[in-house]
Design a protein around this ligand. Structure first.
Ligand code: DAH
Length: 417
């Protein structure tokens, strides 16, 4: 009892009791107030504004607190109870009743309930993940949505908007690989008029094709000879049907840009807007900003070094000039895990993040071995250390590595080999 009262986490000025779900670490909590997406001149802020400029007549919101209930993050959006995203290995929980949002879709019901019919919402989102140059446990998303009345005037509104958006695209330097708006494997919802749903899916695609043209056209030297290539892919999300993902061909690679679809009626019903039909999308900012600004490592977004920050101005997309690539140095750690251990790879990564912070550039499992006689499991990880801002001494790396080892022993009872 007394232990329960003593164990609390303080996040954004609020105190929360901990329980068996608690896995949010001090390293993560310390980043929750930073709000990079509204920090003037930050590349993420410039990209947010560029996206907002493509939706001038939408309401624009930037939320602050990432704290939401699991109900809001999952249940309101029809996530099944056994969805892997709910697991403590995948998401950060303050306790059983409070978590850090894993996506901006968590605010859909709230926005629709307020009566918003066309809106963009930008926020920081949190997922437990591996450690490398393109993964960070915090990133930023823009959620966008538009809903129409399910009557004749609503349908006229979609038809007219589709005409307007189609004519914008007709003269643009873009090649779109499309798929059917609705199919057997990507079906219309049973309570939707298929004609209306199809028009809404078309509106979604036209709207996003125009957005991508604006975002990538700005930086990519898009011409008649070198048009923007966009491809639509069938997808599945618990809260949309039909559902789509979009990829853009940029600098020789297909980049995953966003998820989207026709909003599940249950979501709109929960929000109290039963007589509407519409679309939503969720787009990650970091991946796009990394290619637009040539930012080679996702940790740089969190840098407070003026050699990073001073290179950017609000509203301007320019190529980042790396000030230096400081040397990296790796350390391996091999250990036996206790027989009944539930230690997950993400648990290992959170110990590293919490100890080394952004000095950990990359973590890879390089060996996994089960002793044939004792049946004990041994793991070996290679942690690559590199600072974005300075050279690290061997002594400093050894010290961090020693702390990683001792935390692994304390938290998971591993036996270092
Ligand atoms: N929330 C999804 C994710 O983070 C992306 C997404 C998919 C957002 C479909 C949407 C949507 O609004 O309709 O992966």
């Amino acid at each position: 009892m007394s232990q329960l009262v003593l164990c609390r986490r303080r996040i954004l000025g609020q105190r929360f009791p901990t329980d068996d779900f608690t896995n949010v670490t001090p390293a993560i909590i310390s980043k929750t107030p930073l709000q990079l997406h509204i920090t003037p001149s930050h590349p993420l802020s410039t990209l947010r504004e560029l996206i907002e400029s493509a939706y001038k007549d939408f309401t624009h919101v930037s939320t602050s607190s990432p704290l939401v209930s699991p109900y809001k993050n999952f249940d309101e959006l029809s996530f099944p109870l056994d969805h892997p995203g709910r697991a403590t290995t995948d998401s950060y929980y303050v306790n059983r009743d409070m978590m850090l949002r894993t996506h901006t879709s968590a605010h859909e019901v709230e926005m629709f309930r307020k009566g918003e019919t066309r809106w963009l919402l930008t926020a920081d989102v949190y997922r437990r993940d591996e450690i490398d140059a393109s993964h960070y446990p915090i990133f930023h998303q823009v959620e966008g949505a538009r809903i129409f009345d399910t009557n004749a005037s609503g349908m006229t509104e979609v038809l007219e908007d589709n005409e307007r958006l189609s004519s914008l695209l007709a003269s643009a330097n873009i090649i779109i690989e499309d798929i059917p708006h609705i199919s057997d494997t990507n079906p219309v919802q049973h309570n939707h008029d298929p004609v209306f749903s199809e028009l809404v899916a078309k509106n979604l695609k036209l709207s996003l094709n125009n957005l991508l043209l604006k975002v990538f056209g700005a930086a990519a030297g898009i011409t008649k000879q070198n048009p923007l290539r966009v491809r639509w892919i069938e997808a599945y999300f618990p809260f949309t049907s039909p559902s789509f993902e979009v990829e853009v061909f940029f600098q020789g690679k297909w980049l995953e840009i966003l998820g989207s679809g026709v909003v599940r009626q249950a979501t709109l019903d929960t929000a109290g807007v039963e007589n509407k039909i519409g679309w939503a999308f969720g787009l990650g900012l970091e991946r796009i900003a990394m290619v637009l600004f040539s930012i080679p490592d996702i940790r740089l977004f969190w840098s407070t070094d003026s050699r990073f920050l001073s290179q950017f101005q609000q509203g301007k997309i320019n190529v980042f000039q790396p000030y230096s690539k400081y040397p990296s140095s790796y350390r391996d750690v091999s250990f036996w895990i206790p027989q009944d251990s539930k230690m997950h790879e993400n648990d290992f990564c959170d110990v590293v993040r919490d100890t080394a912070g952004d000095l950990a550039e990359d973590v890879k499992r390089i060996d996994h071995f089960c002793h044939p006689k004792t049946r004990r499991t041994s793991l070996c990880y290679r942690i690559n250390y590199r600072s974005m801002d300075r050279s690290l001494s061997n002594a400093e790396i050894n010290h961090v590595q020693d702390q990683v080892l001792s935390r692994l022993k304390d938290k998971f009872g591993v036996e270092i080999r």
